[in-house]
Design a binder for this molecule. Sequence first.
Ligand SMILES: [Zn+2]
Length: 444
Amino acid sequence: MEVRCPSCGRLYSSFIPPRCSCGEPLRITYDYDSVEVSAWEKRKPGVWRYRELLPNVPEVTTLHEGGTPLLRAKLGEELGLKVFIKDETRNPTGSFRDRLITVAVSYGLPYAQNGFVVASNGNAAASLAAYAARAGRKAYTVVPKMIESGKLNQVVAFGAKVLRYGESVDEGISYAEGLAEGRGLYNVTPESNLIGLEGQKTLAFELWEELKPTHVVVPTGSGSNLYSIYKGFTELRELGLLEEMPKLIAVQAEKCSPIASEVLGTEPKAEPTKALALYVKNPVMKELALEAIHESGGTAVLVGEDELDLGEKLLAREGIFAEYASAVIVPALLKLAEEGYFEKDDRIALIVTSSGLKGHYAETREKFAIGGTKLEILRLLGERTMYGYEVWESLRKPLKYQAVYQHLRELESLGLIREAYRRGRRVYYTLTEKGRRFLETLSE
Ligand SMILES: [Zn+2]
């Protein structure tokens, strides 16, 4: 592995920061002449199957990521097109980011005595939390104020620290960099450290092995996935395995479109979208993502908020439960098909990046399970500690005291409230950290 500036040729021994002193983003390359691709098929599917094109690591930290299924889409048959779905929800933590994190954690382990840090809008945070736990190291995650509760639950369950910072993930990047410096943490944020993209690019290798796609449709927020897929394909071309670069199609939400607008020549927007994982206002890797689109001869598509449910329903019909940020690929496909963008022999791959279990549904379900009276009790206890009778009085509802007592017990067993202290026979309750976070999530 070699780290070099593609512009001035300077060699580097580290890729943090990921830029040359001349300003150009660094590139990681390999001795492509010595790579024996025939070794791949003798190995199990997964990220590390492609180890000749991955950094050398002292020890692999793995949960068996990658090697995800490629499903033929029924939708394609209806459109008269060959459409396939790469189901990245089947990764260990339910998202494509496990490919990035297995490589970043394995590589960074010797530098991570004090732990790891990542700035993420959820998926990479959940993934880092899992892999750091596996490696027996601490994980710090810098996540934006708006984050899906499923992702947050994963981070907390794996015992990682949560630092909520900024409105969209790009605002947390320099905060994570500061934290890495101050506490001696190994930073795996893809915008700050190229190494994880080496794992991410294996998505391209799998697509090539299984399909040899002509088009790859990628949900695009930060652009790091799009760029890493592009890098994977350029390496296959370098190895003489790829005649034509598949066209890369970036899909963004109309409400947050910094990359797609540049391609389409429309006015960029940077507002929050229901496809929360695509809410990246100022993507650091924009230039690289644009390079991936232009060099591959691809394009970009914008998807409206009202099209997200349709996308999710059509994916569900294929047997896949995807988050909104992934569901954008379906309306994008329909739009391009309608425009006559595809030929009938094209092999189109749609990337479903992340599971719907992480997204709004998880939140809706939790909201539902803890709706009504329980929510009111949480709000009351969020203001001050109270004992049972006080809660009952403050609710001013035609409820029996016994019913309120039952709610309190259930909230306690859910870990949302706890006993603060007792005075005589009175038990005073207060919110737990989880309860406080839960309320915070709901109020956003
Ligand atoms: Zn340079």
